[in-house]
Ligand binder design. Structure first.
Ligand code: HDE
Length: 730
């Protein structure tokens, strides 16, 4: 290396396409080519193995058969211990403005830089083939391929975690995974062992409140927040550090499924979330997320009544507002699931200069676990050379050998320090991009203990409960009744109720009423932490807090977006063609996807003789696959559906799931027959449009344009929860 190179700053050769270009070298599609063996020999015949005679045994010398079968036999790698099921997408991240005042991370310092990213969304508990829509936290892991190396933000869609200290992670995961004797249940926390563990570990209570909320059944990965969970550090060029929490905010807003719908989807379309992500990207509806940060000065470390190092706590946005710092756009599906989504390897310790960790004991454990687990998955340290994991900037070091080594390191020198290779590759000083760990002062006794500042498990659990709307609270209670109702051991149910009682007595009583167990007031759960009072806990005792945080409620922060919503148009022969076409056009102009659903596939004839092609039949789809339903006018069509159980079920189920429903004229009869109750309908013969609780009805003389507009408004609302009150008695 010449002297002058040492003074060169790290070049910024990274742009939005850098990763795509790098991956291109490894892509292969065989188009117009002869098939070959792995050795490149052209294959003449692959349908019969080489045999001794037509009916004889296969010969050992059949190298093509042996190679093909051996490769197949070795196709699997161990699935991830947690987050086994996932879906990935490529895209880019671009900052809004330079964040150089806070962090020297180059990819955050220049608004003109688009950094390529790969994101993997996942469920946590289920195995690789499990259903997408189960109740669970979702992983939201992002790999930024920056000019200074890979930075991984490995987050979840819930901002807190179950435990304080990573040493409890194996226990937590054992408890939630299927039981060791019979491997039941799959992808479900509704089991004795999970609630046994949770009820004995009260620090989990806050996370449990989030897990029982609608956050744990997202409508789409595109409509889901992401959180870095831990407190990290930003460090700027001058060496000044700030605490930082990361948030991803979906531009489409945060929306959830209904629990009954989520369970049915798990059977009818276990790929619901990954299909939604894939289709949206294929259609050019690129998911977008804003990256926001909450920053806290080091001097304010003890300003709050919770510990910033405690991953079971949020910093309420009412105390520290979110600063949006950039946007991520996911605009390309992977070419190959295994090569990219399965083999991508994240690690919270993949940091770039300007971003650093804190002493959060959960984060500290993760810094060990992620590299370790990749060694189990890949059986080699060389996984970082796999195309999806490679940085887009150069890699120079003396790491060598191991299974599947790709890099061909040249020369005799494989050690540092050396003089034979002129001291190369050399150390990078800080101003040349060398990573320097933040010089935090650490001093203490070696103890297996926790700061007393972690000991309050309930204030923020109560804060979460208090901040929800009445509808969200109802969902949470129902979820708790479902989960605990499935627990066989009554003592476990009771112990968890004791925890819930400390969150809110009324909440505990509501859950108790559904699961046949009394709330054991005053009983203490066993706390597994060894808490020790220290300076931090004393300083925090009088710290700031809030009693209400509207920001945690999905409902209070609802974004009304119609784009990419899915509407079923339910019809049979004899529908009103003009009305369908006008409404369909208006919906599609608003970015809504429509599908014609009928008893059978094929063509349906309108009352005026025009034909429409059916997209899905009642056996290939269901109301749970749509956000809304539209039943066009047309007496013959509607009468037919009034005699079809599937059509009636379609409408009543959509109504039960609080989805927007629209119909006009004679169609109103179908709603009445499908038990659409407690809403006002338009007069069937009038020119009026009535929108009530997400049910939009129009008289046969109404204007189709204003009917469609009202319907779009109802679709934008996502779900009409007020309906649940009239449907379910308390
Ligand atoms: Fe993970 N986690 N985790 N985790 N985690 C893994 O790493 C672990 C935690 C998260 O799409 C594993 O590569 C420990 C919090 C995501 O590939 C493993 C602890 C958060 C993913 C692991 C935690 C996460 C993982 C399994 C407690 C949110 C999927 C496979 C100390 C901030 C990444 C793998 C992907 C995956 C360990 C807690 C998020 C075993 C020990 C908190 C999104 O290493």
């Amino acid at each position: 290396m010449e002297e002058k190179d040492q003074n060169k700053p790290q070049p910024n050769s990274v742009d939005e396409n850098s990763k795509n270009k790098q991956l291109e070298q490894f892509r292969e599609d065989g188009k117009g080519q002869y098939m070959t063996t792995d050795q490149g020999v052209r294959v003449n015949h692959t349908d019969d193995s080489l045999k001794a005679g037509q009916r004889g045994p296969t010969l050992m010398e059949d190298f093509h058969f042996r190679e093909k079968m051996t490769h197949f036999d070795h196709e699997r790698m161990p699935e991830r211990a947690v987050h086994a099921r996932g879906a990935g997408a490529h895209g880019y991240f671009q900052p809004y403005e330079s964040m150089a005042a806070y962090t020297k991370a180059k990819f955050l310092s220049d608004p003109s830089i688009k950094t390529p990213v790969f994101v993997r969304f996942s469920t946590v508990a289920g195995s690789r083939g499990s259903a997408d829509t189960v109740r669970d936290a979702r992983g939201f892991a992002t790999k930024f391929y920056t000019q200074e190396g890979n930075y991984d933000l490995v987050g979840n869609n819930i901002p807190v975690f179950f435990i304080h200290d990573g040493i409890k992670f194996p226990d937590l995961v054992h408890a939630v995974k299927p039981d060791p004797d019979n491997e039941i249940p799959q992808a479900s926390a509704a089991q004795d062992s999970f609630w046994d563990f949770i009820s004995l570990v009260p620090e989990s209570t806050h996370m449990i409140m989030w897990l029982l909320s609608d956050r744990a059944i997202p409508r789409s990965f595109r409509m889901m927040e992401g959180f870095g969970v831990h407190t990290f550090r930003f460090v700027n060029e001058a060496g000044k550090a700030r605490f930082v929490k990361f948030h991803w905010r979906p531009v489409m807003g945060t929306h959830s499924l209904v629990w009954d719908e989520a369970q049915k989807l798990a059977g009818k379309d276990p790929d619901w979330l990954r299909r939604d992500l894939w289709d949206a990207i294929e259609q050019g509806n690129y998911p977008e997320y804003e990256l926001c940060v909450q920053m806290v000065d080091e001097a304010d470390e003890f300003k709050f009544d919770f510990d910033l190092l405690d991953a079971t706590k949020i910093i309420p946005e009412e105390l520290v507002p979110l600063k949006p710092i950039g946007k991520m756009v996911l605009n390309r599906n992977p070419d190959n699931f295994f090569a990219e989504t399965e083999q991508v390897a994240f690690h919270p310790g993949n940091l770039v200069p300007g971003i650093d960790v804190t002493n959060d004991p959960l984060l500290q454990a993760r810094l060990f676990s992620y590299l370790d687990t990749q060694l189990n998955r890949f059986n080699s340290t060389n996984f970082s050379e796999i195309p999806i994991n490679r940085p887009v900037c150069p890699v120079h070091n003396f790491q060598q050998d191991g299974f599947m080594r790709q890099t061909i390191n040249k020369g005799k020198v494989n050690y540092w320090p050396n003089s034979l290779a002129s001291g190369c590759p050399m150390m990078a000083p800080e101003n040349m991009g060398g990573y320097v760990h933040y010089a935090e002062k650490v001093d203490g006794h070696k103890i297996r203990a926790r700061s007393k500042s972690f000991e309050d498990h309930y204030s923020q659990s109560t804060l979460f409960w208090n901040s929800l709307t009445e509808d969200e609270k109802t969902h949470l209670v129902d979820a708790a009744r479902f989960e605990l109702g499935k627990v066989q051991t009554k003592a476990v149910r009771a112990r968890q109720l004791a925890n819930f009682h400390k969150v809110d007595p009324q909440f505990a009583a509501m859950v108790a009423a559904g699961i046949g167990v009394e709330v054991p007031i005053g009983e203490d759960s066993i706390s597994t932490g060894n808490y020790v009072a220290d300076e931090a806990s004393k300083k925090m005792a009088s710290g700031q807090s809030v009693k209400d945080s509207p920001a945690v409620s999905i409902d209070r922060n609802k974004k009304e977006v119609a784009k990419t919503r899915r509407v079923a148009i339910l019809l049979e022969d004899g529908f009103d063609y003009n009305e369908v076409m006008q409404v369909k056009e208006a919906l599609e102009a608003a970015g809504v996807t429509t599908e014609i659903v009928s008893k059978f596939q094929g063509k349906r004839l309108s009352s005026t003789g025009q034909e429409l092609e059916v997209d899905k039949s009642h056996v290939t789809t269901a109301s749970i696959m749509y956000d809304a339903v539209y039943i066009p006018d047309g007496e013959k069509s509607v009468r037919k559906m009034m005699g079809l159980g599937d059509a009636l079920h379609f409408v009543s189920e959509a109504f039960k799931h609080c989805k927007a429903i629209a119909t006009s004229g004679f169609g109103i009869n179908l709603l009445e027959k499908a038990f659409v109750v407690g809403v006002n309908f338009a007069d069937k013969e009038s020119g009026k449009v009535v929108s009530h609780s997400g049910v939009v009805t129009a008289g046969s003389d109404a204007d189709a344009g204003s009917f469609a507009d009202k319907f779009i408004e109802a679709i934008k609302q996502h779900r009409h929860w007020d309906r649940e009150k009239s449907m379910t008695p308390a």
